[in-house]
Design a protein around this ligand. Structure first.
Ligand code: OVM
Length: 396
């Protein structure tokens, strides 16, 4: 094996400063080397597209069962029962994934379209009438909580628990910093609400939640395992959508010519959503754990090591992308790793893309211009990139 100087860095990717403005530190980490030792945490990081994608493509070497956050499940007790999907390797992962893939069959996802469209149209009419809005609270969060929770078949009451839980789960992939501690403090009732709503008795018979329970039972899973699969759905399905939509509105408010391009050609809505996810990736990072010693770009990474994968940095790596810091709805965006890549690539992406496409199309039909109308407030979360407040004006 070659003897390459090992790059190391004292950057803290979970500090408020890094999370608020990650793109310069990303560049620094990419330029430092294919793999960089993070001194503060004693772990490895990959920030370039080629290495991130290669690691995601090799789940035998870069496993998930030791957790996909900083915590090593082999040495630390996980904060909740591990996910059967996210925090699992084949063959267990394969079995769990099959259930969710089947639940999200093309016909099922097609069947969600009309309700998504009706929810989007109603909200877009409201914001057009209002003229000014907080794109996060008044639009993205309301859309996600309504469209997603209706699709799952959850009761109408107390759905904000989904948002609190999502924010919590994504914070817990990071170290036990102030964001982690604040997210889990007093979270008992939220966790109880989520666990209760994973059980069949609270779910509508014709929703995706019961569909998961039925298919899981057909595959021989116990009720407690099918409830855990539904927990994955509830963990991953709301905040990701809130910030995809919020980041989309942010991107279009900052780039009015791109909004004009979308309005001129509404069929670009699907590509546009993927470009948002590349350019302002809602899920910025995930970890893997090495199962063997591995050569990564000439650097020897030992077995049993935690490796931090910067998805959001890979999606802006100039080694792979042409003008990566430019937001362009006409870009050939296929191959971005914002939904991950390989066997763990987002299983809900079919639903996420449908939600995004429908919302952007509904907006593009009615809204002539989106303008910033005040200072956005940045979300600080150990994994998610987005905003908590995004004041905009919509002009018809
Ligand atoms: C899960 C889970 C939780 C958060 C995110 C995610 C992006 C999955 O519980 O399986 O995927």
């Amino acid at each position: 094996m070659s003897t390459v100087q090992i790059a190391s860095s004292d950057l803290d990717p979970f500090s408020d400063e890094f999370l608020a403005e990650p793109y310069e530190p990303h560049r620094h980490l990419r330029d430092a080397g294919p793999v960089v030792w993070l001194e503060k945490y004693g772990l490895w990081a990959m920030a370039r597209y080629a290495e991130v994608r290669a690691a995601l493509s090799d789940a035998e070497t870069y496993c998930s069962s030791a957790g996909v956050g900083i915590s090593d499940f082999r040495r630390e007790k996980p904060w909740r029962v591990p996910s059967l999907l996210l925090e699992a390797d084949p063959p267990e992962h394969t079995r769990a994934r099959a259930v969710i893939s089947k639940a999200l069959s093309p016909a099922t996802v097609r069947g969600l379209r009309d309700n998504f469209r009706a929810t989007a149209d109603k909200l877009v009419d409201e914001v057009v009438a209002a003229g000014e809005l907080d794109a996060i609270a008044d639009f993205a969060t309301r859309f996600a909580l309504t469209a997603f929770a209706d699709a799952v078949g959850l009761p109408a009451a107390e759905r904000e628990n989904l948002h609190s839980y999502g924010n919590m789960v994504f914070n817990t992939f990071g170290p036990r910093n102030h964001l982690f501690e604040e997210a889990v403090a007093g979270a008992g009732p939220v966790r109880e609400w989520i666990d209760a709503h994973c059980q069949p008795d609270l779910l509508a018979p014709d929703g995706l939640g019961m569909r998961i329970h039925r298919i899981a039972a057909e595959h021989g899973l116990s009720t407690s395992d099918s409830a855990l699969l539904l927990r994955s759905f509830l963990s991953a399905g709301v905040d990701t959508t809130v910030h995809s939509l919020g980041n989309a509105i942010f991107c279009f408010a900052e780039n009015p010519a791109e909004w004009d391009a979308l309005r001129a050609e509404p069929a670009l809505a699907r590509t546009a959503l993927d470009e948002v996810i590349r350019y302002e990736s809602p899920v910025q990072t995930f970890f893997r754990t090495t199962t063997r010693e591995v050569d990564a770009g000439g650097v020897r990474v030992p077995a049993g090591a935690k490796v931090l994968l910067f998805l959001g940095s890979a999606n802006r790596d100039p080694r792979h992308w042409d003008a990566p810091d430019r937001f362009s709805v006409r870009r050939r965006v296929a191959g971005h790793v914002g939904f991950g890549f390989g066997i763990h690539a987002c299983v809900g992406a079919v639903m996420a893309r449908l939600e995004g496409e429908i919302v952007l199309a509904s907006m593009a039909e009615r809204i002539g211009r989106i303008e910033p109308a005040g200072k956005p407030r940045r979300l600080l979360n150990n994994t998610l990139r987005g905003r908590t407040h995004l004041p905009v004006r919509v002009v018809v």
